[in-house]
Each structure stands twice: as C-alpha cells, then as structure tokens.
Design a protein around this ligand. Structure first.
Ligand code: GLP
Length: 248
C-alpha cells in the first residue's frame, strides 16, 4: 500500500486527479467506482475544470453506496448527488451511472443484481472516502473483508456523520446498500482519500492498526493495488515510520 502525503486539501485533490488519470490510462471504456461525501469534492471540481475530465467521457460508473428505502427521486439519494456534483458538470449522461434502486421492493435482490454488475467485469479504478468509524462505502465496523454487495443497517456513528449532509439526523435513512469489501477488493487500483484533522485518529488506526473487520479500512492492505492520499492535517496523529507499508 502506498501512502502519499499531500500538503493540503488542494494538493490532495491534484494528486487524486493525477492518480485517477494514471489508473485509467489507455483504457477506452473504463469501469469506475467513485464516492460521494465531502472529501472528493476537490477532485470533482478539478475534473470539471476545462477538459481535465475528458478521460472519463466514455466511462461507466458503478455506484458505491446508496440509501435504502427512499424514492428514487428523493433529494437525498446518493445517485442524485453524484449526478449533480460530477456527471452533470462533465456532461456525462445519467445512464453512465449504474445505480442502486433506493426504492427496490426486494432490497436483497437489488443487492444481488448490483453485485453481479460489479463483478461482471473488472473495476478499473475505485476511489473511496474514509468514514469516521473506519467505514468504506457503507461497510460498517464488523463487515467481513470478503463481504459482497448487500443491505446494511447504518451505525449510529454513520447516521450522525451523514446528518451533516442533510442538516438533521432524522433525515438520514437508517438502511443503505453498499458494494461489499470483497467486491471492492476486486478493483485493479484503489485510492483512499483522507482529509482533515478530524480523520487523523481513524486514519492512523487504518494504516497502523491490526487488520480487523472492526476497522473496515484496514482491509486495504490486502487489496491488489491500494494507495492512500492524505493531507498533512489528516496525517498529524500518526507516528513517523509507523505505516504498515510506508512509501512516499
Ligand atoms: C459516507 C459515505 C462514504 C464516504 C464517507 C466519508 O458516510 N458512505 O462513501 O466516502 O462517509 O465521507 P466524507 O468524505 O464526507 O467525510
């Protein structure tokens, strides 16, 4: 696992763009998994600037995670968020995103459908954010490293952190779909983006701590090609030279 320490959030977003471009170089129709959340906003802004995002024009996007049990047209769907912050600015049609049906009558069957989609062809590049409780996507603490795409109950921590997106915990749906950790592990290249002092403690645990389902992000050390880009404020709590696989 590679660790790149960025000077600040802007530098992190620049590194992320370079990483994504490099991961997809030479692939005509790449398959990509990208996160919602606040951390990737700088990357998405960079992609939408000028023609920098041109290399994604033909990409197919597989949705990382989605709330379950709300209408597809609900303002909170992560598919809608993803369209607003990335696809629309890049003039990429909605049809390029293969998404969960948040309103599926049979959620377990919907998860099986998306697992089949995600594993039919290789995911060329996967970018992830880090939950304050160590989650990846909505793979909450306790998630098996081999887990597949499924419906999960959101942890109290995730409901609290997601309330920041919608203004109130009462507005956060209690269940969600997520690609599984085992599903994500099939990606050719994986990038974890981590920014801010509030992530310093969980990042240190993710990089230094023992691999355990209690901290889902520790699974990254076993991925095919994983890179972490963290800014200095997120690196703060980590003792020097203690990364499990340091290289910078
Ligand atoms: C959210 C999402 C993740 C996201 C993570 C970090 O709950 N389920 O996909 O990457 O938490 O979010 P943020 O970047 O806003 O800190």
């Amino acid at each position: 696992m590679k660790l790149i320490v960025a000077d600040d959030y802007e530098d992190l977003s620049r590194h992320a763009l370079a990483w994504l471009r490099g991961a997809l170089a030479g692939i005509d129709i790449p398959t990509v998994v990208l996160p919602t959340g606040n951390t990737p906003l700088g990357l998405y802004h960079n992609l939408a600037t000028g023609s920098k995002g041109q290399f994604l024009a033909n990409a197919r996007f597989i949705q990382l995670d989605e709330y379950q049990g709300i209408p597809r047209e609900d303002f909170r769907t992560l598919a809608g968020w993803f369209w607003r912050i990335l696809l629309n600015p890049l003039s990429i049609p909605k049809t390029a995103l293969i998404s969960f049906d948040s309103s599926a009558r049979d959620p377990d069957r919907e998860a099986v459908r998306m697992e089949a989609v995600a594993t039919k062809t290789d995911i060329d590049a996967c970018v992830l954010g880090l939950g304050l409780n160590g989650h990846l996507g909505f793979n909450e603490p306790g998630s098996d490293f081999a887990s597949q795409t499924r419906v999960v109950d959101l942890s109290a921590d995730s409901i609290k952190s997601n309330a920041a997106y919608w203004g109130d915990e009462a507005l956060v749906p209690r269940r969600a779909f997520t690609l599984g950790l085992g599903t994500l592990a099939t990606s050719r290249h994986t990038l974890l983006l981590v920014s801010g002092p509030h992530k310093a403690s969980i990042l240190a645990t993710a990089l230094i701590g023992p691999q355990t389902p209690e901290v889902p992000a520790t699974c990254l050390a076993s991925f095919r090609d994983a890179t972490v880009i963290a800014d200095r404020s997120a690196i703060g709590a980590m003792p020097r030279g203690r990364s499990r696989h340091p290289s910078n």
